[in-house]
Ligand binder design. Structure first.
Ligand code: AMP
Ligand code: GLY
Length: 420
């Protein structure tokens, strides 16, 4: 079978490497992929948001199955467009992808169906948002309604900061139309857990849990990023918590989407906070997380392609989804300065013997050379029978990767180790 993966980051590289293990697949294309992914798939320079060109390519190439990985094409309706021309896909339709595409939608969904989340108010005009903030408790959390490259959430410690955040979204439109509505919500505390799940709209199968490290600098300092590293499983996510999440969050969410006529099929990502009052949803994503995927899929012991097809066909309940009883750690190597200004174009060298464990996010080819071409450049993942060994192993991989302005956190997994 010929499979096409839409997207071009570390997450897509991890999906592609796992799909390569499936005997059913003869050829994998990545749209657009990147210079590192090119070692594992045929890269085609079509942007992930260019739905028309994606469909034309799929038709011309005779693609049998498509995996749409990033949020943008999902929210724009890439799966609907591919289905229309008869190509089965892994990923939700547009009407279900709204669970990530609109925070107002997801918050209202949770309220309507009693799914635990932070208390909130929605504002469509600046004046009422500002007057609400005159008396709102702080810290408070301001969220732009739409997609904002993972930057649409501002935690404001004071009312002035909160007002500034609301102005920047609603008046200065720093996130464009994504900020025309804002959610102002209660500040929650507790350990965060990412749970990616497979769902065909009937059955939900959670994958192994993970912990992201979103801040740029050690000890969770610095700016929020797309994620600087991950470990799996997440030690805070005990069997007891998992059971509670299944009953109060996972199944109710899938059922709520069905009741709304928005059946979700694909990877539904639950961003959870384990608060003193129980697990609550911080955010939903309509896709695999990045860099969660780089620790979750290396631990998957079953055939990813079979699982994906069963999600599409509605037969997930009969399909084996088994994870190894091991640990994984992924350390992201970024360009110094990320998530703000950074230089790129530096040659990346990766020792041959570790290439299987490296997931490339931002790199381009220049002849035989691989050059950095993004904020997050790559991630190195090690798996082992203990968390400590996985962490030490991931940092040992980092030692074998070089580029001039490489920056990485030194404490990925530290919090998880301390939790045990
Ligand atoms: P998001 O982009 O939605 O993943 O949010 C980014 C980060 O902001 C999350 O990983 C949390 O650490 C934090 N966050 C979001 N919502 C809240 C909240 N209600 N209370 C505390 N922290 C939050
Ligand atoms: N790592 C968080 C995300 O993928 O949204």
């Amino acid at each position: 079978m010929k499979v096409m993966v839409v997207g071009g980051g570390g997450r897509e590289h991890a999906i592609i490497k796992k799909l390569r293990e499936s005997k059913q697949i003869t050829e994998i294309f990545a749209l657009p992929g990147n210079g590192g992914i090119a070692a594992d798939a045929k890269c085609v320079s079509i942007g992930a948001k260019d739905i028309e060109k994606i469909c034309d390519f799929a038709k011309a190439e005779g693609i049998d199955y498509a995996v749409v990985a990033p949020d943008d094409p999902l929210v724009l309706g890439c799966v609907d467009a591919l289905n229309e021309i008869g190509i089965p896909c892994f990923g939700p339709e547009k009407k279900a992808a709204i669970i990530e595409g609109s925070k107002v939608f997801s918050k209202n969904l949770m309220k309507k169906y009693g799914i635990p989340t932070a208390e909130y108010e929605v504002f469509t005009d600046l004046a009422s948002a500002l007057s609400y903030l005159d008396t709102a408790p702080v810290p408070t959390v301001i969220k732009a309604d739409g997609l904002a490259l993972g930057k649409g959430v501002i935690i404001a410690m004071t009312r002035d900061e909160a007002k500034e955040a609301v102005r920047s979204m609603m008046e200065d439109k720093i996130f464009g139309e994504s900020g025309s509505q804002v959610v102002i919500e209660e500040f929650l505390t507790g350990p965060e857990v990412s749970v990616l799940s497979f769902t065909d709209g009937k059955t939900v199968v959670p994958m192994i849990s993970s912990m992201d490290h979103k801040r740029a600098l050690d000890n969770d300092e610095g700016l929020n990023t797309g994620g600087m590293g991950t470990v799996a499983p997440n030690p805070y996510y005990t069997d007891e918590v998992a059971k509670e999440c299944m009953e109060k969050i996972f199944l109710p969410t899938v059922e709520a989407m069905n009741s709304e006529g928005r059946t979700f099929k694909g990877c539904l990502y639950f961003g959870l906070m384990l608060t003193p009052k129980g697990p609550k949803v911080i955010e939903y994503n309509c896709r695999f997380g990045d860099p969660e995927t780089q620790v979750v899929l290396p631990l998957l012991d079953s055939d990813l392609f079979e699982i994906m097809q069963s999600v599409t066909n509605g037969t997930l309940a009969e399909t084996e989804v088994r994870f190894k009883n091991e640990h994984a750690c992924c350390v992201i190597m970024a360009s110094e300065g990320y998530p703000q200004k950074y230089d790129s174009g530096f040659e990346i060298t990766v020792a041959d013997e570790i290439k299987d464990k490296v997931y490339v996010a931002g790199a381009k080819k220049d002849g035989d050379k691989l050059l950095s071409a993004g904020g997050r450049v790559l991630g190195a993942t090690e798996t082992a029978d203990t968390l400590e060994k996985a962490i030490d192993g991931a940092y040992a991989l980092v030692e074998k990767i070089h580029f001039e302005n490489a920056y990485f956190r030194h404490d990925i997994g530290k919090k998880a180790k301390e939790a045990k």
